[in-house]
Design a protein around this ligand. Sequence first.
Ligand code: FES
Length: 79
Amino acid sequence: MQFKGGSCMAKVQIKVNDNGSLRVTGEVELVDGAGNPFPVKPSFSLCRCGRSTNMPFCNGAHKGVFQSVVRAPEPETKE
Ligand code: FES
């Protein structure tokens, strides 16, 4: 856990998988557009390709048909 601005924040990681889902790890609440919670495990994958029949979760339908590799920008170096 991290403390920021006087409040306690749990660490959550979202990994943008190459050619696939968004992997969410950590204590997080996932809700629908009406604010209703989805049952989730401590780690789950969200669909990024739009092909899943189990939205918002990834069901593997991206395999072989979705191509997207993104990388975070390089940190600036100080000279
Ligand atoms: S990212 Fe896996 S089914 Fe869409």
